[in-house]
Design a protein around this ligand. Sequence first.
Ligand code: DX5
Ligand code: ZN
Length: 232
Amino acid sequence: MNEATTQPQRRVRIAPSILTADFGRLAEQARAAEAGGADLFHLDIMDGQFVPQLSFGTEVVAAIRAATSIPIEAHIMVQRPQEHFESLARAGARTLVFHEEADGHVLRSIEAIHALGCAAGIAISPDTPVERAEELLDAVDEVVIMLVYPGRGGQEMLAQHLDKVRRLRAALQSSSRTVTIEVDGGVKAHNIAQCAAAGVDQVVAGSAIYNPNETPQQALAALRTALAAGAR
Ligand code: DX5
Ligand code: ZN
């Protein structure tokens, strides 16, 4: 029996990351993903310190909020994430995901996010053991397993870290809590079914959706087809 048949079927949500979108046509690009059936947006905030790159801040979150109506999660890759929770919530992010490896007190940050009325997510980078996330399952609403080193779109998936998803899924089976498990990095049509079989609820897809070869609608359709084929 292969892994796909041993896991319960769940509808995997697809969260486009706009890092490789055309920022000159951002609203149009976001609407194209929404029209293509994207479940939520995953917006990558980078400060040039926690990760070497700069991306964008609250204004882009607000612009996507104004252009579309599906939920937004902010993936906060900055050194002191707690300084940005309030402005990101105000800009329209419904879920705030910060890194376990960033400065600050994790439980206090989760409380601060909940006090803003947002869902709280914890992300772990590839070198961080899964136990760091596992011990937070009672406190968080979402765990993001990074399948690339955070910093930029278009990298190859480090599929060995799907073991962390299997471990969290098993831990959640004996818990009454609902915690979203998401993977981020390198998700493509050829490996999305592997992520589903490992037990994810949600995948981030950046360059799989925003690339020069197809429209976001075509790309989302290809990801859905690959998921359906993997579920058979
Ligand atoms: C990487 C970001 C990812 C990335 C995903 O630091 O967190 O969300 O943009 O892009 P792809 O799907 O191209 O790896
Ligand atoms: Zn991300």
